[in-house]
Design a protein around this ligand. Structure first.
Ligand SMILES: Cc1ncc(C[n+]2csc(CCOP(=O)(O)OP(=O)(O)O)c2C)c(N)n1
Length: 356
């Protein structure tokens, strides 16, 4: 049973499955395009990794496209987004050009983080994407601090902090939400619950399986959403974001999503049962939305194929751009690392003499 929240009427802790509003077919087609862009971009990323064009760790949003696009669509352009390392899709959904995202994966100067970050550290101040964090839970205290800064400056913006399900077992999760609830910070904590933290299922890693119920401990609303339904995600995020903006109440969202492949591009994914994989493939959010558009006469099969061909060309162009872009100059390694100017002496800390 949802528990009514005295101040906002929102459910506290226990949460409800979110209902969604209607959208016109043009809007739906726009969301579909963006979801397909993420799918094709991520497939190409896997290919480029195998060709050794991309190095380091690399995690994909394959299967999570409706969640990425719905979450970004529920935010205003001036709101801030923090994510974990599985964030290519959020960068694209936020409107960052595929060229600049692919160039970052290639480690090139033209990338969103000037080639200093790579796959796990996408950052774009103009689009208010404040990173990509590799330490599980690392983004939560930072997002909470950003909420505090907004409050202190009397601004009207909201922070959305994305995380995975396993992150809800980390200390920083509890510390951050406690302080955000206590100080009434404008932060929405969005769990993208894809059922697994690496090879560990939610049931094997969390004392409770309904992760939005963890909101009970902090007296804030907890909301469960179908992450395969782009409109449900958009509407639930929008509602939580506006509650944070106007009532200063944080929300914990449990967005049930599915990753179609292993944890990272090098994970052979041998721990998930065949039955489960069959089910999640059958519920593919892009296929489902395409079918819905077709059945309602918004587009025909030829139109869908045309969109696909356009997006494939767009992704190919992103690869070409990345491939032709220059490598960063190693002498400028520290250029974007510190607020103050620091000489490039890897054997010292800022302001110190080089170590012997
Ligand atoms: C503090 C910390 N512990 C362990 C790791 C290793 N690690 C990387 S990803 C990951 C799983 C996190 O899963 P989840 O939060 O569900 O996010 P998802 O990968 O599903 O997006 C772990 C344990 C890490 N990066 N940081």
């Amino acid at each position: 049973m949802p528990v009514a929240n005295g101040r906002s009427g929102a459910p506290k802790g226990r949460g409800v499955q979110h209902k969604r509003a209607a959208a016109d077919s043009q809007e739906l087609l726009g969301l579909y395009r963006r979801m397909l862009l993420i799918r094709r971009f991520e497939e190409k990323t896997a290919e480029m990794y195998q060709r050794a064009k991309i190095g380091g760790y690399c995690h994909l949003n394959l299967g999570e496209e409706a969640t990425c696009v719905g979450l970004a669509a529920g935010m205003q352009p001036n709101d801030y987004l923090f994510t974990n390392y599985r964030e290519h899709g959020y960068a694209l959904a936020r409107g960052i050009e595929p060229e600049r995202v692919m160039a970052e994966l290639f480690g090139r100067e033209t990338g969103v983080s000037h080639g200093r970050g790579g796959s796990m550290h996408l950052f774009d101040w103009d689009k208010r994407l404040l990173g990509g964090y590799a330490i599980v839970g690392g983004q939560l205290p930072l997002a909470t601090g950003a909420g505090l800064a907004i409050q202190r400056k009397g601004q009207n913006d909201v922070v959305v902090c994305q995380m995975g399900d396993a992150t809800t077992n980390i200390g920083a999760f509890h510390e951050s939400i406690n302080i955000a609830a206590l100080w009434k910070l404008p932060v929405v904590y969005a769990i993208v619950n894809n059922g697994y933290g690496m090879g560990t299922s939610v049931a094997a890693g969390s004392s409770i399986e309904q992760l939005h119920e963890k909101a009970c401990a902090y007296g804030i609303p907890g909301v469960e959403v179908d992450g395969n339904d782009v409109l449900a995600v958009r509407d639930a995020v929008r509602e939580a974001v506006e509650r944070a903006r106007s009532e200063h109440i944080p929300t914990l969202m449990n967005i049930k999503s599915y990753r179609l492949k292993g944890h990272s591009v090098v994970d052979p994914d041998r721990y998930r049962p065949e039955d489960y994989l069959r089910q999640i493939r059958a519920a593919d959010p892009i296929h489902a939305l395409g079918e819905q558009l077709r059945k309602h006469g918004a587009i025909d099969t030829g139109g869908l194929d045309q969109i696909d061909a356009e997006i494939e060309r767009q992704v190919d162009a992103a690869v070409e751009f990345a491939d032709e872009s220059p490598e960063p100059n190693p002498e400028k390694l520290f250029e974007f690392s510190y607020a103050t100017e620091v000489p490039n002496q890897p054997a010292s800390l800022p302001g110190q003499e080089p170590w012997q």
